[in-house]
Design a protein around this ligand. Structure first.
Ligand code: TTP
Ligand code: MG
Length: 357
């Protein structure tokens, strides 16, 4: 099989860029989207800062009070997520036209597989320049593009030169490109794994690539194998929206069948509290809450309620789930299993951060 050519597109300083296009007079000024700085006394964090604000040291996830100290003359804005979602949708529609093999990763990133569209990496580069220009002209949003033989390399490449960058990594250059990168750049390696690797004297991908895969699987289990593959630049995953998460939730079978409404309700609330962090960290929002109840005789019922809007709020899930389960509690019958899940998912990135603003 001939090699693939994959592109990863990531919009530059996405939230501030959307704000700036509405206000051309802000050109050249630092723009910071996030919590209310309240003259330096505000709580919460920066969602994103434009590249001018970044020159003052302002970064995503930094306390807004610190941003204020670094850049008191900046323009500080509360996030307008519905607007960002709309602009994201319009810009993603442009990207989709370049290949039917499309996969959106978050509110501001997507992959396309252009293997069948171009004859080589040079031509892919020309196509990427055209795509960047089209998004900029039609949506006034800058973007950076990475091109590589797979999704792993394409994503790392788009991050390599920003803003408005284009980085092409051919298959034969993949190892050289990956070698100096810090291991934390690899998908799934967060602060904890990074610290564990540091203990093993592994900082850069180059060092990770040299470690025996057996050692990695001993320490990290199955993920150790994936780490080894990534370090070698291997990623066979397809550019496809199929197989993506369609719903998030949990269910519980009681040790003994229960008819006490309080016990059942508490179990439901616990389930929601257990899976909600997964929803938050996925950056997804839901539209529908689904309930499942199984009586002692295995008779199983499902109920669903679709909201008029997208949400990622835990209290909303609890409220809707309570309403859905009420008739079952009223029945007085013994329950064997309860389950709750949210579906109708879409990206509404970093809602958790937004809620904390
Ligand atoms: P990113 O693509 O990580 O950041 P960015 O687009 O602002 O900047 P760049 O890509 O040029 O480095 O995230 C996209 C949007 O997601 C960002 O504009 C705001 C939001 N976001 C948060 O709300 N909190 C965060 O901690 C991060 C990283 C992003
Ligand atoms: Mg971005």
């Amino acid at each position: 099989m001939a090699g693939r050519i994959i592109m990863h597109i990531d919009f530059d300083a996405f939230y501030p860029s959307v704000e700036e296009r509405e206000r051309p007079e802000w050109k050249g000024r630092p723009v910071i989207v996030g919590a209310d700085p309240r003259d330096g006394k505000g709580r919460g964090v920066v969602a994103s800062a434009n590249y001018i604000a970044r020159e003052f040291g302002v970064r995503s996830a930094m306390p807004i009070s610190r941003a204020w100290k670094l850049c008191p003359h900046g323009i500080y804005l509360r996030p307008n997520l519905p607007l960002y979602v709309k602009v994201s949708y319009d810009a993603m529609s442009i990207i989709r036209k370049y290949s039917e093999k499309f996969q959106q990763l978050s509110i501001d990133e997507a992959f396309i597989d252009v293997t069948g569209k171009v004859k080589d990496f040079e031509e892919a580069g020309d196509l990427a320049e055209k795509l960047k220009r089209e998004i900029l002209t039609k949506e006034q949003i800058g973007s950076s593009i990475g091109i590589g033989p797979n999704k792993l390399i394409a994503k790392l490449a788009s991050d390599y030169r920003k803003p408005y960058g284009l980085t092409i990594v051919k298959p034969e250059d993949s190892r050289k490109f990956l070698s100096p990168l810090p291991v934390r750049k690899l998908i799934g390696i967060g602060p904890k794994t990074e610290a564990a690797l540091k203990e093993m004297k592994i900082d850069a991908v180059e060092q990770l690539a040299k470690v025996d895969v057996k050692i990695l699987t001993e320490v990290f289990g199955k993920f150790g194998y994936r780490m080894h593959e990534m370090a070698l630049g291997i990623d066979d995953s397809d550019v496809s929206e199929e197989g993506e998460i369609k719903s998030i939730g949990k269910e519980l079978t009681f040790e003994e069948d229960v008819d006490d409404p309080q016990t059942i309700l508490q179990a439901l609330v616990d389930l929601i509290e257990e899976f909600h962090p997964e929803l938050s960290s996925s950056g997804m929002q839901f539209k529908t809450v689904n309930l499942k109840v199984r009586y002692e005789n295995f008779e199983t019922h499902t109920r669903a309620n679709t909201l008029g809007h997208y949400s990622n709020d835990m209290e909303t899930i609890k409220k809707v789930a309570r309403n859905l389960i009420q008739p079952f509690l009223d029945s007085g019958r013994k329950v064997r299993l309860v389950g709750v899940r949210v579906s109708g998912l879409r990206f509404g990135k970093n809602q958790k951060t937004l809620k904390e603003l």
